[in-house]
Design a protein around this ligand. Structure first.
Ligand SMILES: CC(=O)SCCNC(=O)CCNC(=O)[C@H](O)C(C)(C)COP(=O)(O)OP(=O)(O)OC[C@H]1O[C@@H](n2cnc3c(N)ncnc32)[C@H](O)[C@@H]1OP(=O)(O)O
Ligand SMILES: CC(C)C(=O)C(=O)O
Ligand SMILES: [Mg+2]
Length: 503
């Protein structure tokens, strides 16, 4: 059986220190309940002395959320500890979490006291907290920048005073993995009392190393990691819970350690925290970002469709994401397009498929993402295709509120480009006249309909026309993100039907 790593979630305390992420009591309870479902071992519900509202929230969480240990943070002073205890005393499993700086920088510049005084304050605080609560965690703030011998003395002293958990924070995210792992390894060597308590780490992400440092600590004997959902937290944030949990799950053999987190609840929890804190998750965020399980390039899509192990080291279902996404873009290939068309119910003959693919690439080059509606439109155009006497090549338009629109249209016939220009009552009319001048036949527009077939500013526009040419009405369709071009393609399509009919 591998070693159990305790997950201490501080989303509601350190995470809530993110500017603008303040949660009210109801929101905190909602998140705490989800954290319990997620299966974290400890919920740090807040800093109860910071405001009456936070005290009330931590109290309500203690009374209502069952399962995890509930803790509240306190400075190493009796007033904070009294309030923290008031907040957590009704929890099923209460813990008081006391902290004090230990680095010379913090002692001299912030707390303005010497090491001996701070050591006494730490011991007194633990002693005082133990009067109320059996489970007391002590954190040596800024441990990674603390003189090592002094750090050992503090930890040894608070353990002797009854601390059940001692936490070694990299408060300012200064450590690098080898060095931080070494601190943990040496602490285990020099502080024998650590064998009887939980050894915790709490890493910040100022250099982007919070998860790596936490894992280095795990490899060297830490058995609790403090972390937050989506990695939210003071400044660049804390170690991300979902990343840590999924590293330990995916690379289980490497660490020979596990957590009791129900990984399938990760995505739901991430969405909830992001929504309630109003802190968006970046698309490329590991595990929970919108693109974490999306494949958009042709070679990857082809690989994934053949066997997902080619480009996926985790199953999206394992983090609560229904399935991976195959996103169709201009970088997609035939395999992904064929797969999506099959999903949409199309069986397309090989010779038609090539045309569909070419049109797809053409549209995708002008549009970021191709959705189902785009595909329906592309396929319909290709399936109802007539031989092209003339093929659309390009158009240029000069138009404005105080000028007569002028269109220059280029078509090809048997590979030869033909360009002509015309004016019109509006830009579309000018383009239609340009087409008529090239094909040498004119038509009467009987019906013209333009609609966006997809959503967004770069929506694909589909034009449908009915044109009377020499007494017969011909339909035409055309699609493009450019509505004038869609109209031109539709108009030309009607003329091509006329030519196909009359030859
Ligand atoms: C690394 C961390 O994340 S630590 C947690 C950070 N989170 C927070 O600070 C959020 C909650 N904080 C608060 O609401 C307020 O800062 C309070 C209620 C704790 C204190 O408010 P105030 O009394 O107005 O003090 P203020 O915030 O201005 O300064 C902090 C004081 O606490 C002292 N202090 C800081 N840490 C500790 C500690 N662990 N133990 C004892 N005293 C401490 C500081 O030296 C300073 O004391 P001073 O006023 O005598 O110089
Ligand atoms: C209070 C402590 C644990 C902390 O948040 C830190 O040191 O970053
Ligand atoms: Mg912190």
């Amino acid at each position: 059986m591998s070693r159990k790593i305790f997950i201490f979630d501080t989303t509601l305390r350190d995470g809530e220190q993110v500017p603008g992420a303040k949660l009210n009591k109801r929101q905190k309870i909602e998140i705490a309940q989800q954290l319990a479902v997620l299966g974290v071992d400890v919920i740090e519900a807040g800093f109860p002395c910071s405001s009456p509202d936070d005290l009330a929230a931590v109290k309500a969480i203690s009374e209502n959320v069952k399962g995890p240990v509930i803790t509240g943070l306190a400075r190493a002073v009796v007033e904070d500890i009294d309030i923290a205890w008031e907040a957590v005393r009704n929890a099923e499993r209460p813990r008081i979490h006391v902290f004090l700086g230990s680095s010379d920088i913090h002692l001299q510049k912030k707390l303005r006291q010497d090491r001996a005084t701070a050591l006494r304050q730490a011991v007194d605080a633990v002693k005082y907290a133990k009067r109320f609560c059996e489970d007391v965690e002590y954190s040596t703030e800024d441990a990674s920048r603390t003189d090592f011998e002094y750090l050992c003395r503090v930890l040894d002293a608070v353990i002797k005073e009854g601390a059940t958990v001692v936490n070694v924070p990299d408060t300012v995210g200064y450590a690098v993995p080898d060095e931080f792992g070494e601190i943990i390894r040496k602490l285990r060597e020099k502080v024998p009392g650590l064998d009887k308590v939980t050894l915790s780490v709490h890493c910040h992400n100022d250099l982007g190393l919070a998860v790596a440092n936490s894992l280095a600590a795990v490899s060297n004997g830490a058995n609790q990691i403090e972390c937050t959902i989506n990695g939210v937290g003071e400044r660049a944030g804390n170690a991300s819970l979902e990343e840590l949990v999924m590293v330990l799950k995916t690379r289980h053999a490497t660490f020979d350690a596990h957590t009791d987190v129900k990984s399938q609840e990760i995505y739901r929890t991430s969405r909830m925290v992001s929504r309630l804190m109003n802190v968006p998750v970046q698309p490329n965020k590991a595990i929970v970002g919108a693109n974490a399980f999306a494949h958009s390039s042709g070679i990857h899509q082809d690989g994934i469709l053949k066997d997902r192990s080619t480009y996926e080291i985790m199953k999206p279902e394992d983090v609560g994401i229904r399935q991976h996404k195959i996103v169709l873009t201009a970088r997609s290939g035939r395999a992904a397009l064929r797969h999506r068309l099959t999903e949409l119910g199309y069986t397309i003959l090989p010779e038609v498929f090539d045309r569909v693919y070419n049109r797809f690439i053409n549209v995708a080059d002008r549009k970021k993402e191709i959705g189902s509606e785009d595909l329906h439109s592309i396929v319909e155009i290709e399936l109802t295709r007539v031989p092209e006497t003339y093929t659309f090549h390009s158009l240029q338009l000069m138009s404005g509120s105080s000028m007569v629109p002028l269109a220059s249209v280029t078509l090809t016939r048997e590979g030869v480009k033909i360009t002509d220009a015309a004016t019109g009552n509006g830009p579309v009319d000018a383009v239609f006249h340009g087409i008529e001048r090239i094909v040498g036949v004119s038509g009467k527009l009987r019906d013209y309909d333009l609609k966006a077939v997809t959503m967004g500013r770069d929506a694909l526009g589909e034009a449908m026309v009915r044109v009377e040419i020499e007494g017969t009405v011909y339909s035409g369709t055309g699609a493009s993100p450019d509505v004038i071009e869609a109209s031109a393609r539709a108009y030309l399509n009607a003329f091509n039907r006329y030519f196909a009919n009359s030859h």
